[in-house]
Design a binder for this molecule. Structure first.
Ligand code: C5P
Length: 365
């Protein structure tokens, strides 16, 4: 952590954390709005959105990974063709071969585990966003910080100081206090959408989806961190591998759905895939793509637990946005909860977590 990579003089660690906090607030609001602003018969397919997210994220990661591949030496180019040693085509083909060798590396299978978990999680998020108020969803989803801490201690043997455990406890308390506010005051919903169209929500279904998503979030995030920090492979190559392994599980519900519904009605695959897929659906997908890319950077340059704190800050951002946009009334409980979240974040950062990488050569990896 001595020579932190930076952009415009700002360390990527902090830039990515702040971007993630803003992205998270935007996603919660946009996703909820995109799901409940239309009658159920006209909602878009969440499975298509998850698939699009992976395709777009994978493509962007592939382009970045390609750009980062070192220019081949004259010797390497010469190996491809002795006739025109310096031709652009040869240089490109050497770079492509280098990249594909990195992507289809011996240990690429390791990414299949977080890939499957994330696809499940990304689908669960749509279930939760469709059945809970945006604020309730966002705050309850913060419980992933605790699952992440538990998996970090279990799998990465991360040692948390007493101060860090206390800050986690305070974080949970702060989140709880904010939740009391959203429970008492129904107008606390950060999305105005529920007033637009009467959309029946099933909170029980929503809560179960959030709890399951907290579990996959903790496990997948920590597993990705472990794979990333245990090898020399480039972050963007790892992202491509993650997206590639996501394609099959992301396609599975679409194929299943097409077989049970689409085929009967006689619609083509693309028209049923993108039915009702309007501007809000695309906005949700793009904000999620940004989130995926930034999440990966946060995991690389910080760690998963710190990522959780960044998303907690997003609660504060969402509420401030709803004050500005939707005339949301701020109460003393909200201010108290938010201040506790902020203090907990500061406290956690005073004592950086340590990873015992030596243990990760364990047999199960
Ligand atoms: O809620 P949580 O922070 O666990 O969400 C992580 C999100 O980031 C998921 O949607 C996942 O698909 C995405 N992600 C990604 N690439 C990574 C790590 C996570 O796209 N390398």
């Amino acid at each position: 952590t001595q020579s932190l990579p930076s952009l415009w003089g700002i360390p990527l660690k902090y830039l990515s954390l702040v971007t993630l906090a803003v992205q998270n607030s935007a996603l919660t609001i946009i996703m909820h709005y995109s799901r409940v602003s239309t009658p159920p018969s006209r909602t878009y397919s969440a499975a298509t959105a998850v698939l699009m997210n992976e395709i777009l994220k994978g493509t962007i990661s592939l382009l970045i990974a390609f750009a980062r591949i070192e220019s081949p030496s004259a010797y390497e180019v010469g190996q491809v063709s002795h006739i025109s040693q310096r031709s652009l085509v040869n240089r490109l083909s050497v770079r492509l071969r280098k990249l594909s060798k990195e992507i289809f590396s011996q240990d690429c299978w390791k990414l299949s585990i977080p890939a499957i978990l994330y696809v499940i999680q990304n689908n669960l998020q749509y279930v939760a966003a469709s059945n809970l108020e945006a604020a309730t969803f966002q705050v309850t989803y913060q419980m992933k910080i605790l699952t992440t801490a538990a998996f970090s201690v279990l799998l990465l043997r991360k040692k948390l100081s007493t101060a860090q455990w206390i800050s986690l406890l305070f974080l949970a308390i702060g989140v709880g206090i904010v939740q009391i506010q959203s429970g008492v005051d129904k107008s606390a919903s950060v999305a105005p959408s529920t007033n637009v169209v009467a959309h029946s929500m099933n909170p029980m279904k929503g809560f179960l989806a959030v709890f399951a998503a907290c579990f996959t979030s903790g496990l997948a995030g920590v597993y990705f961190e472990m794979v990333l920090k245990n090898s020399q492979a480039d972050l963007w190559v790892r992202n491509v591998q993650l997206s590639l392994f996501s394609l099959l599980p992301a396609l599975a519900p679409i194929i299943f759905d097409q077989q049970s519904n689409g085929a009967q009605i006689g619609k083509s695959l693309t028209s049923s895939l993108f039915e009702n897929f309007g501007a809000w659906a695309w906005a949700t997908v793009w904000v999620q793509v940004l989130g995926g890319l930034v999440t990966a950077m946060v995991i690389k340059y910080s760690d998963n637990i710190l990522k959780g704190f960044a998303t907690s800050l997003s609660i504060v951002i969402s509420f401030l946005a709803s004050v500005a946009l939707f005339n949301f009334q701020m109460t003393i409980t909200f201010v108290l909860g938010s201040v506790i979240v902020l203090i907990a974040t500061w406290l956690y950062n005073q004592h950086p977590a340590r990873i015992n990488l030596a243990i990760n050569k364990d047999s199960w990896m």
